[in-house]
Design a protein around this ligand. Structure first.
Ligand code: SF4
Length: 715
């Protein structure tokens, strides 16, 4: 692997946070600089790259601060008999974990152990964690927090195209778009450098944003930029069915394309025949004329048979629902009806959220998959991967269960008694977080690997301090399927180890029958062999190639292959090469409004914070910008409830409560409130959210929760 650069030499790397994976330079501190504020902290600098073009958001500029977090974990911790987490040696901690796991599995069977991974782990770690669960622990119960993130988009893309790559085209292609339909995404706050790629469509009046909030991204459509459709939460699918209806009703469907490259179009056409605009308006609140205008913008940008100029993009806002896969399918149906996917200059894509949201789901962290996006139920796939691992395929467990089902098994009779958590902060980020926290407490053994004492780590029986982004080598796969290098710039603090070392050490103690590499470059070589021939084929990817400057979008089947920036151009990845349209219909939301919970709570992100906030809540500048949660509500709603700006309000759902100051805004619909999900304790938005899941993807219903609202003053 690449050696750490000399002190003072800038290294090319990428931001530790979101899926845009903005390029940056990171300059290690001069060893003579011993001022307390600067000691051991690298300096972030801009770097040109096709996705961010030198731009970074506030999170990226301040990302080095996380390396120097004041409460950085530097020694293993074991919970004492008195209930306190106390320092221990690595041998004591690893011996204890292995002994307890073996004893539990001896008494309750191998399936009593679960593993919960993360979409922020490098490709090398995501791959090794899947192998560790199947080979060293012998358990089927592994899943990860990506199930809470992109799973509905992945399921929708798989069933339509036979391939799930967030954007199956280079992100920079968006700049040439005549029109972009952006559903349930707010990149102005979540990934600001992305917004420059919307400029072309916006300058042509072609940006159409679907969001229940007039978010900063929706505001880009003001003043001639395009159009904002503001539907009732949970009705996005109806907007899409209405657009589909209009595309066909106005003769704008790409009939030759549908005949040549798509199956199922007639069934979908029939299924949307009665979704005329006035009916859509009654269900969604979106004015019929706005719907007609949106359909015209999209259709005009996708002229028949030319296949140019329009994109349909989805984000978490439309995906994180108990029927999110169907909404994604409706979005894909619309893109197919217009003839967009599989052509240069147009398409459908999902804006992946987590840093390695794409790679994290390709290498075996998912309950039903082996590396290369292979099905764990496929005998040929099992044989291929088992050969790479030098194990008997019959010893590999079968499929596990999606994340919420896995969490539902914690502490249950015959369920999971020990859980290993990597790269996830479930106490803050899981839906129904109060109940999930209780389940974590009920375990016989909870092990958490983290670099800071996250809320979940503080519940653990054993905490292992691990390296973070700039302290280790590795790769990530960005939202456009591009494999990128993350480089080691500084040494980790003494006492800290990589998870690759942790899993190898535990595998040895557990008597695992396979070897576990600890050098990330060697892990990538093994990953390449394991994924070769699969859908997400990394067969030709290596650190050495990436360090030479090669830009590799998967699939990349061999070392001579240039990679595939634009996938699906010749044929879709289905058995007959044609995309599949599937009729879908609205099924409502799981958490209906009730007399005692008459408002919808929507959760989401703010500019300054990322995920559960475990990292960004430790950065002074970001905390100064957004120190705590808030409840955004419409002034009319506030007046009805007698709530004033800044007053603490309590939201209560069927599962829990969340209290934060009111922030009055006309950006939100009167029946809805918005709460950011980055904060713990009484401000924990996921205490409210609904663990009901999508039957196809396993995605929970994060985005629509029935709540009551009351002033918290005097509580
Ligand atoms: Fe980092 Fe995402 Fe911000 Fe880029 S947009 S700097 S990747 S957090």
């Amino acid at each position: 692997s690449t050696a750490a650069p000399l002190a003072g030499a800038a290294a090319d790397t990428h931001c530790p946070y979101c899926a845009l994976q903005c390029a940056m330079t990171l300059t290690p501190p001069l060893t003579l600089d011993l001022t307390p504020e600067k000691a051991a902290l690298p300096t972030v600098g801009p770097r040109d790259f096709p996705t961010n073009r030198g731009g970074l958001c506030q999170k990226g500029w301040t990302s080095a601060s996380v390396l120097g977090a004041a409460d950085r974990l530097t020694t293993p911790l074991i919970r004492s008999a008195a209930g306190e987490l106390a320092p221990a040696t690595w041998d004591e901690a690893l011996d204890l974990i292995a002994t307890r796991l073996l004893a539990l599995q001896d008494e309750h069977g191998q399936d009593c152990v679960g593993v919960f991974g993360g979409g922020g782990l490098t490709n090398e770690k995501a791959y090794t964690l899947g192998k560790f669960a199947r080979v060293a622990l012998g358990t089927p119960f592994i899943d990860y927090n990506g199930r809470f993130c992109m799973s509905s988009a992945a399921a929708g893309a798989n069933r339509a195209f036979g391939l799930d790559r967030g954007l199956p085209f280079p992100l920079a292609d968006l700049g040439g778009a005549q029109a972009i339909l952006l559903l349930g995404s707010n990149p102005s706050e979540t990934m600001p450098p992305f917004v420059q790629h919307l400029a072309g469509a916006r300058s042509r009046g072609g940006l159409v944003v679907v969001d229940p909030r007039h978010s900063p991204t929706a505001a880009l459509t003001d003043d001639g930029g395009g159009l904002h459709l503001q539907p009732l939460p949970g009705t996005d699918i109806v907007v899409l069915l209405g657009l589909l209806h209009l595309v066909w009703a106005t003769g704008r469907a790409d009939t030759p394309y549908l005949a040549e490259r798509v199956t199922g179009a007639e069934d979908v056409r029939a299924s949307v025949s009665e979704w005329w605009p006035e009916r859509v308006e009654r269900v969604t609140g979106v004015p019929a004329d706005d719907l007609r205008r949106a359909a015209e913008i999209l259709a005009a940008a996708a002229p028949l048979a030319s296949g140019s100029g329009a994109y349909v993009l989805t984000g978490r806002g439309v995906e994180q629902h108990a029927h999110g896969t169907d909404t994604v399918t409706a979005a894909i149906n619309l893109a197919l009806a217009l003839g967009l996917p599989g052509r240069v200059g147009s398409g459908y894509g999902c804006l992946t959220g987590q840093g390695n949201g794409q790679g994290g789901r390709e290498h075996g962290q998912k309950a039903d998959q082996l590396p290369g996006y292979r099905s764990i139920s496929d005998p040929a796939a099992r044989a291929h991967v088992a050969a790479v691992w030098s194990v008997d395929p019959d010893t590999l467990p079968g499929p596990g269960v999606p994340a919420m089902q896995l969490l539902g098994r914690l502490g249950e009779p015959g369920g999971i008694r020990a859980l290993l958590v990597h790269g996830s902060n479930l106490v803050v980020s899981a839906p129904g977080a109060v109940q999930v926290t209780e389940r974590l407490r009920a375990l016989d053994l909870l092990v958490v690997c983290d670099f800071v004492p996250s809320e979940t780590a503080l519940l653990a029986d054993v905490v292992l301090p691990v390296t973070q982004w700039a302290e280790e080598e590795g790769t990530m796969t960005s939202l456009e399927g591009r494999v990128i290098r993350r480089r080691k710039v500084i040494d980790p603090p003494p006492g800290v180890r990589s998870e690759l070392d942790v899993w190898a050490a535990l595998a040895g103690r557990l008597g695992a029958p396979a070897r576990f590499e600890t050098d990330p470059a060697l892990v990538m070589d093994e990953l390449a062999r394991a994924s070769a021939g699969g859908i997400a084929d990394y067969g030709g990817v290596s650190h050495e190639r990436l360090d030479r400057g090669d830009e590799i979008h998967w699939p990349c089947p061999d070392p001579a292959h240039p990679g595939t920036p634009r996938a699906l151009l010749d044929r879709f990845a289905t058995p007959d090469g044609r995309a599949r349209m599937l009729p879908v219909e609205p099924r409502g939301v799981d958490d209906e409004l009730r007399s005692d919970a008459p408002y919808y709570a929507i959760t989401g992100r703010v500019l300054q914070h990322y995920q559960s906030g475990a990292q960004t809540r430790r950065v002074r500048e970001l905390v100064a910008g957004e120190p705590r949660a808030f409840v955004q509500l419409h002034p009319r709603t506030a007046a009805t409830l007698g709530i004033e700006e800044g007053q603490d309000v309590t939201l209560t759902s069927a599962r829990g409560s969340c209290t934060a100051p009111a922030r009055l805004s006309r950006e939100i619909r009167p029946e809805s409130v918005f709460v950011p999900f980055h904060f713990p304790g009484a401000e924990r938005a996921n205490a409210l959210t609904n663990p009901a899941t999508d039957p196809v993807s396993g995605m929970p219903e994060f985005k629509v929760t029935a709540v009551s609202i009351r002033a918290a003053q005097g509580d």
